[in-house]
Design a protein around this ligand. Structure first.
Ligand code: L34
Length: 302
């Protein structure tokens, strides 16, 4: 059996077209476009790559986009002051501070400083709380989990009553996606298990999963024997395992690998996301969706 590929790059196109059209409509009617600022501290190669893609996508859908790069030794106080500046800037609807931050900066303090109304990452405790409550309380679902849910729904995979196993308990992916899948409502209503480094028998849990969501950051962690035949496998890992020369550009690029042994897993799973081209592009797409939503909240049309 060969699994159906869930292509984030394809699903992205449709959603970005919808966003582009809506941005144009709002611009014509209200004279405003969504504004997104990405704050990048230092020069982590993965972060540079993701932030560049975010800014390019924002540009493509007609947003005002600001890429604010800061040196690795920026003080915490200076970073907090910068966030305050964008909190007060009416042309900015979304503020994103790319993670991870250098060790001398308290990540929690930084995330808490972002105005929850502009927190398009959905990482502020207020938005985390809203997500936990669910339903109409949710303003900004975090981008990677929102992208995962969208992929599952658009692939036509039934979630109601499904056994969902989430591997990993990060604040960015594991905890929020588990929380979203357990809510009562469409694209959710599942029975959810979170497994992590403290779990006694990882394999036995994974084997039960109708939908297996893997966000551990460990290349090839999930073995094909752990996959239930026909299951939907969502691979959130983007592990940089080496470098190669790109055929397209002739430049050095990272070799990316997921958390799942893709080549063998695809022979067992019913659905599977590739890395790259699966969850990653959806993360960026959902960021655009949240930023547009932020402008709409401001205009009273959301
Ligand atoms: N604040 N920090 C904040 N928000 C986020 O939502 C993130 N994340 C994670 C890291 N730090 C963050 C991202 O943006 C991970 N992440 C992310 C974003 C995009 C992609 C992967 C992870 C992505 O587009 N991946 C492509 C390959 C890109 C490449 O070639 O490097 C893919 O096809 O998987």
């Amino acid at each position: 059996m060969t699994a159906k590929l869930i292509k984030g790059t394809e699903i992205r196109e449709q959603i970005l077209e919808e966003i582009t059209a809506e941005v144009a409509e709002i611009k014509a009617k209200y004279g405003k476009v969504p504004g997104l600022v990405t704050i990048l501290v230092g020069s982590n190669p993965a972060s540079i790559s993701y932030v560049t893609l975010k800014i390019q996508t924002a540009h493509r859908v007609g947003f005002k986009e600001v890429q604010d790069n800061q040196p690795p030794d920026i003080s915490e106080a200076a970073l907090l002051a910068l966030i305050d500046k964008y909190n007060k800037d009416d042309s900015i609807n979304g503020i994103l501070v790319q993670l991870p931050l250098p060790k001398h900066i308290d990540e929690k303090k930084v995330l808490n400083a972002i105005d929850p109304d502009k927190d398009v990452d959905g990482f502020h405790p207020v938005n985390v709380g809203r997500l936990m409550i669910g339903g109409s309380e949710v303003k900004y679902p975090p981008c990677t989990p929102a992208g995962i849910q969208e992929l599952i729904v658009r692939a036509g995979v039934e979630t109601k009553g499904a056994e969902v196993v989430v591997v990993g308990r990060s604040n960015i992916v594991g905890k929020p996606i588990a929380n979203m899948m357990v809510q009562k409502g469409p694209g959710a209503n599942a029975t959810v298990t979170i497994v992590h480094t403290g779990t006694r028998d990882l394999a036995s849990h994974c084997k039960r999963a109708d939908i297996l969501i893997v966000a551990a950051g460990v290349p090839d962690l999930v073995k094909p024997e752990w996959i239930k035949p026909g299951a939907c496998v969502i691979d959130v890992g983007v592990n940089r395992v080496g470098e190669k020369i790109s055929e397209k550009t002739g430049k050095k690029v990272a070799i990316l690998k997921g958390d799942v042994d893709f080549d063998r897993a695809k022979e067992i799973a019913g659905y599977i996301t590739p890395v790259p081209g699966g969850v990653g592009p959806m993360t960026i797409t959902m960021l655009m969706k949240n930023t547009l939503k932020s402008l709409k909240f401001g205009l009273g049309i959301a």
